[in-house]
Design a protein. Structure first.
Length: 337
């Protein structure tokens, strides 16, 4: 009997914590049976901070608690690339940082954080083009800047993942695939997220088409789904803080069953490619937003994260993809038995 392809389950732990404290996040994930998490916002004793703002003392505190709860960081859930391409007032609140400074400070910092938390993966984005302009017109600048980011990550033996998301230059699977082909760097991969497509007013068939465009370059998946409250209309600029119709993967309209059934055949080849870069396997990273989403994060609560995880497992079981959750043997091994 042929062995099932296997994935590693992870998630954005801040979504599972009401006050985002490290203890709440890690207790929730350990109880859910997860052994990996993506690090984004956390309170390590000095208030809620984005991972980019953590002090050395806070990093030490988080690492200690990770050991206590038996957790590892799958990726640094950074906001790298969520800044303006051009210093133009377009009515948005997005920040502009000169790229040379951004590369030397923020990108360098996120590489240091990845090493501090012993993760090989950094999540990032494809920059905000001026509101109302055609994203395709900005591809040359984006390709140049992302190429430099990828090279910086490569020099630190890290991999940069480019997530699909509204309002960015890489807002569609086709655009991201074009960016990836032009950058053509081994340290950059794509991150597929079905809900981030559907919430732009797309149809389920649009989601699958964009998934197929991204598939050859995809390094890992973010798992959340979306349900249109009324007949969808293609949106222009999205008010990300107003999006609230996210649902677990087994309840949405993105077609995760079809996507994961197709992705299943790709897993062995992708796993081999990732392991060559020191990455333990193919991550499916829960980012459910079931209690609401926003530009820089979302929230599910411990109950919502549990529902989202069970929904994902239901789909994985159905399509025949294997995964691991903590069991009694893991607990015994942790206790030294």
């Amino acid at each position: 009997m042929r062995e099932k392809p296997s994935v590693i389950l992870s998630g954005f732990a801040d979504e599972a914590a009401n006050q985002k404290t490290a203890t709440q996040q890690f207790a929730a994930f350990a109880a859910l049976g997860l052994q990996y998490f993506s690090l984004r916002f956390i309170d390590a004793g000095e208030g809620i901070k984005n991972v980019m703002k953590l002090t050395n003392k806070e990093i030490s505190t988080v690492r200690h608690l990770m050991g206590e709860y038996g957790l590892n960081v799958s990726s640094i859930g950074s906001p790298i690339g969520k800044v303006k391409l051009l210093d133009i007032d377009d009515g948005t609140k997005n920040a502009f940082i000169p790229f040379k400074k951004y590369l030397a400070q923020d990108v360098k910092k996120v590489c240091e954080l990845a090493h501090a938390f012993e993760s090989k993966l950094i999540r990032g984005f494809s920059f905000y083009h001026p509101k109302g302009t055609d994203p395709k017109a900005h591809l040359p600048q984006v390709i140049d800047q992302l190429g430099q980011i990828a090279e910086t990550c490569h020099r630190s033996d890290l991999t940069f993942g480019l997530e699909i998301e509204a309002n960015l230059v890489g807002q569609s699977g086709e655009l991201l695939a074009e960016i990836q082909k032009k950058v053509n760097h081994p340290a950059m991969m794509l991150i597929f997220d079905a809900a981030n497509i559907l919430c732009q007013g797309m149809l389920p068939e649009d989601v699958f088409r964009q998934y197929k465009a991204m598939k050859p370059y995809t390094g890992w998946l973010h798992i959340k789904d979306y349900r249109h409250p009324k007949p969808p209309e293609r949106q222009g600029h999205i008010d990300e803080d107003a999006i609230k119709n996210f649902v677990p993967a087994d309840l949405g309209q993105s077609g995760h069953e079809d996507i994961l059934r197709d992705f299943k055949e790709h897993i062995p080849k992708l796993e081999a490619k990732l392991k060559k870069r020191g990455i333990p396997g193919v991550f499916l990273d829960l980012e459910p937003h079931v209690k609401g989403g926003g530009q820089f994060g979302g929230f599910s609560g411990p109950d919502g994260m549990g529902v989202a995880l069970r929904g994902l497992c239901k789909v994985l079981d159905y399509v025949g993809i294997d995964y691991h959750l903590r069991d009694f043997e893991d607990i015994q091994a942790a206790r030294g038995f």
